[in-house]
Write a protein that binds this ligand. Structure first.
Ligand SMILES: O=C(O)CCC(=O)C(=O)O
Ligand SMILES: [Fe+2]
Length: 410
């Protein structure tokens, strides 16, 4: 390839990245992306981490009140029938034969990424101010991974990769780990169900800010390549403490890199100095290595920082095996009213004991569902009868119209 065409390609890559950055953080100039110089401090931050870690998975033992995430070997994992504590499980991809091990690491290296079948696939790497997706071709993103010095770089966080004919083969590269396979949200149609699986690929210093996963879902998160720093706080921890907002100084943002490198450390220092200010505080902080799967129970605060370039996959779910059915029902019946009705009807059919439990919870709280399952069932039956008698196209249109009228907000 001629050098002129190479430099044209470089310019295109740069333009695409710059436009993604401008759309994602509209208040930032391009210069602002590196104004905190976290790039220069990152190596020291990482070296500091290994000072107080002994185990292979680097559990923090700096503070005696720190809790330790349970480590589970694969042979033990497959014998479990329940898991409700935050845990780190080894070797699922190797033992369950994921081709991700072979395929995904190539996407982190621009040389192999630019000849990979995903090179022209567009993945979501941000959102604009109106909540629209910002997408980028993988070949451009891989050179950004290599070259960027941003404080908190863009991160590919994509839940709709299965809608593209080429990148939907990501689905063939992994299998939902055995214990997490019974996902009760699969009873709801894909279109009704909120996004639930994300393919994650990002440069070091990118990450996910502190949050609790939606609708009381639990999550598993498997790392194929690289290292990730995690922090988890139990559900009873106040948002103010977990966010370490008191330790956010002027001019700092609360992106994952800033949070881990400065705010979380200040919180730790303060908690050590003034333990009475933080009764019962527990901080679970650890490093996840490749091949390891983190299990996050429902309701736990968590944040993640990519210590190196990483690629992995995560999925959110509801199941009896992780004990989040009750909590998910409570959230869904208020947050996703129509989905709750449809979910209930499916539960009645496939897991009657859970439908019974949902009704018990409704009675306990004197909760009236916006879409009553009994009348919905009746309506569906009538519309089915109409379909078999009259024109199916007409009734389909009527159903669509009804759906539109009844549309609930997420
Ligand atoms: O690996 C990460 O960046 C964390 C992802 C996460 O917590 C989520 O998708 O809810
Ligand atoms: Fe999460």
């Amino acid at each position: 390839m001629g050098s002129r065409s190479q430099s044209r390609k470089k310019r295109t890559a740069q333009r695409r990245i710059e436009s993604a950055k401008k759309g994602h953080r509209t208040s930032f100039s391009l210069h602002d992306w590196s104004k905190e110089f976290l790039y220069g401090m990152f190596e020291d931050y990482k070296k500091g981490l290994s000072d107080f870690h002994t185990f292979t998975t680097e559990f923090t033992s700096e503070d005696p009140r720190d809790s330790v995430v349970r480590e589970i070997e694969y042979d033990e994992f497959i014998k479990l029938d329940m898991l409700t504590e935050p845990s780190l499980i080894r070797d699922i991809p190797q033992r369950e034969g994921w081709s991700a091990i072979e395929n995904w690491p190539k996407l982190l290296d621009p040389k192999t990424a630019k000849v990979h079948k995903f090179r022209n696939c567009k993945f979501k790497c941000g959102e604009d101010d109106d909540g629209h997706k910002i997408k980028i071709r993988l070949k451009y993103f891989s050179s950004y991974i290599e070259k960027n010095r941003d404080d908190s770089p863009l991160y590919i966080f994509d839940s709709t990769f299965d809608s593209d004919n080429v990148c939907k083969s990501i689905l063939n590269d992994f299998k939902v780990p055995s214990l997490f396979r019974k996902d009760l949200f699969t009873l709801v149609s894909e279109s009704r169900r909120p996004p639930y699986r994300w393919w994650l690929l990002g440069p070091e210093r990118s990450g996910t800010t502190l949050h609790i996963d939606p609708l009381a879902t639990a999550a598993w998160n498997t790392l194929i390549k690289g290292k990730k720093r995690w922090v988890l706080f139990p559900p009873e921890t106040s948002k103010r403490v977990a966010k370490a907002s008191a330790f956010r100084y002027k001019g700092e943002d609360d992106e994952a890199s800033q949070y881990f490198m400065t705010m979380l450390r200040r919180l730790r220092r303060d908690a050590k100095k003034y333990p009475d200010k933080y009764p019962g505080l527990k901080i679970y902080e650890f490093t996840q290595y490749e091949g390891e799967t983190v299990f996050v129970p429902n309701g736990w605060w968590h944040a993640v920082l990519n210590l190196t370039d990483t690629v992995g996959i995560t999925q959110n779910f509801v199941s009896e095996q992780v004990g989040n059915f009750d909590a998910a029902w409570l959230k869904t019946r208020t947050g996703r009213k129509k989905m709750a009705c449809k979910w209930y009807l499916q539960l009645e059919d496939k897991y009657p004991h859970l439908a019974k439990r949902a009704m018990e919870l409704n009675r306990r709280d004197n909760f009236k569902m916006k879409y009553d399952p009994d009348s919905y069932r009746e309506k569906e039956k009538q519309s089915r009868d109409r379909t078999s008698n009259g024109s199916s196209r007409d009734s389909k249109r009527a159903r669509k119209e009804e759906d539109r009228k009844n549309a609930d907000s997420p």
